[in-house]
Design a protein around this ligand. Sequence first.
Ligand SMILES: *[C@@H]1O[C@H](CO)[C@@H](O)[C@H](O)[C@H]1NC(C)=O
Ligand SMILES: *[C@@H]1O[C@H](CO)[C@@H](O)[C@H](O)[C@H]1NC(C)=O
Ligand SMILES: *[C@@H]1O[C@H](CO)[C@@H](O)[C@H](O)[C@H]1NC(C)=O
Ligand SMILES: *[C@@H]1O[C@H](CO)[C@@H](O)[C@H](O)[C@H]1NC(C)=O
Ligand SMILES: *[C@@H]1O[C@H](CO)[C@@H](O)[C@H](O)[C@H]1NC(C)=O
Ligand SMILES: *[C@@H]1O[C@H](CO)[C@@H](O)[C@H](O)[C@H]1NC(C)=O
Ligand SMILES: *[C@@H]1O[C@H](CO)[C@@H](O)[C@H](O)[C@H]1NC(C)=O
Ligand SMILES: *[C@@H]1O[C@H](CO)[C@@H](O)[C@H](O)[C@H]1NC(C)=O
Length: 502
Amino acid sequence: MMFISGLMLLLQTAACLDRFCRFNQSDPCYAALGHKLNVLMLLNTSEYDMKIQKRINYNKTTDPLCRVKNDTIKKKECDLYSNRPEVTVINGTLIINRVIRADSGNYTVTLYHSDGTDTSTHLEDLEVNVEAPIGSVEVSIICSSSGVMRASCSSEGDQLLYSWTLNGDSLTDGNSSIDLNEGTDGNITCSVKNHVSHGQKTINVKPCPGPTTPSVTSTAKDSEYVSVVFVLVWCFQLMGLFGLLGGFHIYMRHTSGLDRFCRFDQFDPCYAALGHKLNVLMVLDTNEYDMKIQKRINYNKITDPVCRVKNDRIKKNECDLYSNRSEVTVINGTLIMNRVIRADSGNYTVSLYRSDGSKTSTDLEVNVEAPIGSVEVSIICSSSGVMRASCSSEGDQLLYSWTLNGDSLMDGNSSIDLNEGTDGNITCSVKNHVSHGQKTINVKPCVVSLFVLVWCFQMMVLFGLLGGFHIYMRHTSGKKQEDQKLRMRRFRERHEHTAEDS
Ligand SMILES: *[C@@H]1O[C@H](CO)[C@@H](O)[C@H](O)[C@H]1NC(C)=O
Ligand SMILES: *[C@@H]1O[C@H](CO)[C@@H](O)[C@H](O)[C@H]1NC(C)=O
Ligand SMILES: *[C@@H]1O[C@H](CO)[C@@H](O)[C@H](O)[C@H]1NC(C)=O
Ligand SMILES: *[C@@H]1O[C@H](CO)[C@@H](O)[C@H](O)[C@H]1NC(C)=O
Ligand SMILES: *[C@@H]1O[C@H](CO)[C@@H](O)[C@H](O)[C@H]1NC(C)=O
Ligand SMILES: *[C@@H]1O[C@H](CO)[C@@H](O)[C@H](O)[C@H]1NC(C)=O
Ligand SMILES: *[C@@H]1O[C@H](CO)[C@@H](O)[C@H](O)[C@H]1NC(C)=O
Ligand SMILES: *[C@@H]1O[C@H](CO)[C@@H](O)[C@H](O)[C@H]1NC(C)=O
């Protein structure tokens, strides 16, 4: 019974996507990709022959056309729907049983009197737009470790318009994702529509467990989300612990570890951490040389900014390169920038002048990168049961890598799809040339999706039973008595036969 009603449901949704248009309508005609389109061309078919032409180059000679005579497509004069047996004309209505993308476009119909009089009438052009109907709607909730809750909605289909309601009240419209108050609690519905169909999905959300989550037991009654909340709370506690430990570690590293040391005769580029200290060794024996540091901007010795160093000191008057930057000094032949800025990136040349007048030069490429900030990992359990881990951090030129329970996963991306049953510690490691960082969180299998699925299935069974019963009643109520009589008669006959046989 369930199967039958399921089928009925399917047929019904399929029927819903059939579209009806007519020539002379003022609005465009929207057709659902893969579904049926009926276009009324004229009412009295015995009176007219027709020519349907698709306007591609707006050239009556070359644009594809289809001639209809006596309410029948003339196969030989129809390059517009050639090889498409699913396109027919019935009672002056063009019927396309399975719309394809190429059916989009502007069409014109010309009517000719079938009695041979050569007057023709043009109908107003019809614009046909094909849109893929909306598939299943999925809603996922992301609780980022920073405490923001974001609901995201996804669906197949063209030209989607989204709208949201929370406990029946509509929220700001328009986008596929929406940021919610971290304390949001209730039923959130994403509605998706386009010109040919619509769909929606409602899920129940519980507040994101922030650092101030009161107690785990208070949420223990809510069957749907309790395990998720539990896991998240536990996760947050772990994160707190790791955070404290890691924070201290990183603090120690940050204050000393981000200082960079380069030298002018090094082969590789020099990487400096934005906002941190850069030491560039220029010369070991400072007594012997005067120096000129020049930044190569236009590779022009006259106009590019320079800084002259004499007797191990920057000559303020001859230093437009580091003008007004008191944190830049030279000590013992080493250029020291206490707070590197982005503009320090570039190619530099240091020229050393001996007191006897001879000169040597070396080049250095300096790249400034923002160091890695705190690393955040968030887990998304989508209602389709896919688990996705996403990693975020500040910093330039980030390289990501992942491990699950110590085993490394595929490298390279800031987010990674996991098996929905994933269980264990997942670590996101981020590095660039000047720093690195990582974050480990504990993940438990996606329970949300399981619960939603179970709920969904229960609803399906319920509707199935109701629908099926309804149909069953309608189908049988008429024939019931008749059937009963028939069956009784057959039964009696069979009984008599068996009696005779024996
Ligand atoms: C349809 O056209 C025929 C032939 O011209 C005419 O006899 C008939 O009355 C028309 N029917 C309607 C409903 O207009
Ligand atoms: C339509 O196409 C034909 C053949 O290519 C060409 O000779 C004719 O000039 C075109 N007509 C218009 C209105 O562009
Ligand atoms: C038009 O079609 C009908 C039904 O298919 C047929 O009876 C009739 O003879 C046809 N008329 C002409 C002129 O071909
Ligand atoms: C065409 O229309 C006429 C009158 O409306 C109707 O009797 C006939 O059944 C229709 N034909 C088809 C094939 O739908
Ligand atoms: C159809 O016609 C409308 C207006 O007449 C125009 O805006 C649109 O671009 C045309 N579409 C195609 C596919 O030619
Ligand atoms: C469509 O419009 C044309 C011109 O405006 C008119 O002659 C024709 O009767 C109309 N056809 C229908 C089916 O409304
Ligand atoms: C949709 O999102 C974009 C970028 O996230 C934003 O700029 C835009 O204002 C949003 N639109 C609405 C209607 O909220
Ligand atoms: C959310 O939906 C469930 C099931 O339909 C219902 O029991 C519950 O009361 C709803 N919650 C709110 C806040 O509307």
